[in-house]
Design a protein around this ligand. Structure first.
Ligand code: PPS
Length: 282
């Protein structure tokens, strides 16, 4: 977090990106519609991958939309002005914790895909590299610095542990499903099929193949409408800040044994009451 960062209702936000008035208005006035589909994620957990998959399910694998409209316009952020004026098909995105979510959600039938879970050690590494690729964030000097913020539960968008607990307390049903980055990486086809069933969308086998191909890391990395390179020099320190490696277990290349042990100790304390199989990573 930098001095310019914003704290709203106890939750830290990257200051350059958010306006407290919009956050307040979002909670009270944002009207979620029954037909909306919302991706609610913790940062660096595969948000944009999920959006790309949703857009491709909508277009049945056709790439016209994803190659002509920036990803943040295809699925605007609820916590931003463009989210307010978005028109259909309404895919929306949010990093908001549930207590800051629009209250209208609780009286709507909007469908929510919660995508908070990714091995948190990989989230830390991804955060480190992302913050060093963009101008909006304070640049951490090391993975250690990001790890410390994470363990103090003081990083942007609040405590991962609290988010994860809240998500896992929400049961899956007609209105909500949960996704895990690591499982999706292992079996992307199964994961996309689960999303299709949840949305009530039937896709033919050849459409499914196109969805899988066109949402792959390699294709997304080259799509300027999806890889954030369009933000340009005003916002970026590196050309392609989002699509870094897209793998699981990269933390092993950056964590020392002592750091991994410190992390695992806190993880076990904070998640002691939850079954280990909910966290399918090494
Ligand atoms: S953000 O900025 O918080 O919205 O970032 P987010 O999109 O949540 O997460 C970025 C990480 O997701 C990886 N990514 C992918 N992995 C696999 N397949 C696809 N298609 C894909 N698209 C994005 C991206 O590479 C970031 O992870 P790291 O570990 O940094 O590579």
């Amino acid at each position: 977090m930098s001095d310019d960062d914003l704290r709203y209702e106890e939750t830290p936000f990257l200051g350059g990106l958010y306006d407290p008035e919009i956050l307040k208005k979002g909670r009270k006035e944002f009207v979620l519609k029954d037909e909306d589909v919302v991706a609610v994620t913790f940062p660096k957990s595969g948000t944009n991958w999920l959006i790309e998959i949703l857009c491709l399910i909508h277009s049945k694998g056709d790439t016209k939309w994803i190659q002509s409209v920036p990803i943040w316009e295809r699925s605007p952020w609820i916590e931003s002005q463009p989210g307010f004026v978005a028109e259909g098909p309404r895919f929306l995105t949010s990093h908001l914790p549930i207590h800051l979510f629009p209250t209208s959600f609780f009286n709507s039938k909007a469908k929510v895909i919660q995508y908070v879970i990714r091995n948190p050690k990989d989230v830390i590494v991804s955060t480190y590299f992302f913050c060093n690729s963009v101008k909006l964030a304070k640049r951490p000097k090391s993975v250690e610095e990001c790890l410390e913020g994470f363990l103090e539960e003081a990083g942007p968008y609040g405590s991962w542990f609290e988010r994860c607990q809240a998500m896992l307390r929400t049961s899956e049903g007609e209105q909500t499903i949960r996704k895990v980055y690591d499982s999706q990486k292992k079996d992307t086809e199964r994961s996309v099929e689960k999303i299709c069933r949840f949305l009530g969308k039937k896709v033919e086998p050849e459409e499914l193949s196109l969805i899988l191909k066109n949402s792959s890391f390699e294709i997304m990395k080259e799509n300027k409408m999806s890889n954030y390179s369009m933000l340009g020099d005003v916002y970026l320190l590196q050309k392609n800040p989002l699509m870094r490696k897209g793998v699981t277990g990269d933390w092993k290349n950056y964590f020392t044994v002592a750091q991994a042990e410190a992390f695992d100790k806190l993880f076990q304390e904070r998640m002691a009451d939850l079954p280990r199989e909910l966290f399918p990573w090494e």
